[in-house]
Design a protein around this ligand. Structure first.
Ligand code: CXF
Ligand code: ZN
Length: 360
């Protein structure tokens, strides 16, 4: 099959090959034919070493497709089923799953990260985040494939797999934003736009979008932002909209020390700072010992929208069906796998929300 291979961390291009195969599914695994995958910023972060990834391997972690083969122990999925694939398949049987935090389950995710499930000739290939959707097929644990209705377009389902759920989930699951809240969202990529949409769905009264690229400001407003500014203009908007008291909720959707610190600074005393952006392991953010207790701001990490995937994929698709989440509008461009390097380069340019790779 065809796949785009990352030969070494640090490469800025993927190698298109047509001699890649998957392993045969084990009893509890399923083989999926990928029908659509989004190109997420985290794929670039895997390639450039910001996020942990093993090479040679296949990146891509935001996908949907069709089941083509099920392992001998899988009784509740069948060839032909349409599924969203997840980079955190919950095992259902560990402390994180038992306490109701299945998005923090490491059982399948760690195994999948370390265990190559592809080969190019005899060379084993890893899958980024345990997936590797820049390939025509992949093998995942049964818990990592969630059945959806046949009438949902694969490109819509693909975006739900990462960007949409990460952003909307940060608002409704992690932060639990309440109607009337004043919200600021720093960073307007695919996850940032989804965070803005989540805030709109949650009934926020004020949604300020912050991005250095002014081209993004009108885009953010299309998805529900009530105001938009560059980082330099944020203090002035804070003065205008909150009398400088600060926002109830400040979302960092960049993952850089400066943007996390800005989010902290524009949250009100007693407000909530949510770190959604996927930052580097070696970058530090500073807070003074005094400001942490004195201002009683709550700093929450948000991983994968604090999602329970079997509940939340359906919730996202129900909101989309009801016209309350605009997922089509997030698709800036459709390409094929042959153009993946062009797609990655375009994403580095910064102005696109989501590009979707479709497969026939
Ligand atoms: C990432 C987080 C780290 C694993 C892959 C996905 N989240 C969003 O892109
Ligand atoms: Zn992603």
């Amino acid at each position: 099959m065809k796949a785009a291979v990352l030969n070494a961390i640090g490469d800025d291009k993927l190698e298109l090959r047509d001699d890649v195969t998957t392993i045969d599914p084990e009893p509890h695994q399923v083989r999926i034919r990928v029908r659509a995958t989004g190109i997420c910023h985290s794929d670039l972060s895997a390639m450039n070493g910001t996020l942990p990834a093993l090479a040679p391997g296949i990146v891509g972690h935001e996908g949907a497709g069709e089941v083509v083969e099920v392992g001998s122990a899988v009784t509740d999925l069948a060839p032909g089923d349409h599924v969203v694939v997840s980079f955190v398949p919950p095992c259902g049987n560990c402390p994180a799953c038992f306490r109701g935090q299945p998005h923090l389950c490491g059982v399948h995710a760690i195994k999948a990260f370390m265990e190559p499930r592809f080969k190019a000739g005899e060379q084993p290939l890893f899958g980024f985040a345990g997936l590797g959707t820049f390939a025509e097929e992949l093998v995942v644990p049964r818990e990592g494939a969630v059945k959806i209705d046949d009438d949902v377009p694969f490109e819509i389902a693909a975006l739900v797999a990462c960007g949409v759920l990460t952003g909307v989930g940060a608002v409704i699951n992690t932060a639990r934003v309440e109607p009337g809240a004043r919200v600021v969202v720093i960073g307007c990529g695919g996850v940032g736009i989804s965070t803005i949409q989540g805030a709109r769905v949650a009934g926020a009264s004020t949604i300020v979008a912050v991005d250095p690229l002014v081209e993004k400001h009108d885009v953010a407003k299309r998805f529900g932002a009530t105001h938009a500014t560059t980082p330099e203009g944020l203090q002035e908007l804070n003065a205008q909209l909150t009398a400088s008291e600060g926002f109830d909720y400040a979302f960092d959707v960049v993952g850089a020390p400066v943007t996390i610190r800005n989010a902290f600074d524009v949250a009100r005393r007693g407000g909530t700072v949510v770190v959604v952006g996927a930052g580097r392991a070696d970058q530090m953010v500073q807070f003074s010992a005094q400001e942490l207790f004195l201002h009683e701001k709550r700093i929450l990490g948000s991983f994968y929208g604090s999602a329970t995937i079997r509940r939340d994929y359906r919730r996202m698709l129900d909101l989309w069906k009801a016209g309350r989440l605009d997922i089509e509008g997030m698709i800036s461009r459709r390409i094929t796998l042959a153009d993946i390097n062009d797609g990655l380069q375009a994403l580095r340019g910064g102005t696109l929300i989501r590009q979707v790779v479709t497969f026939d």
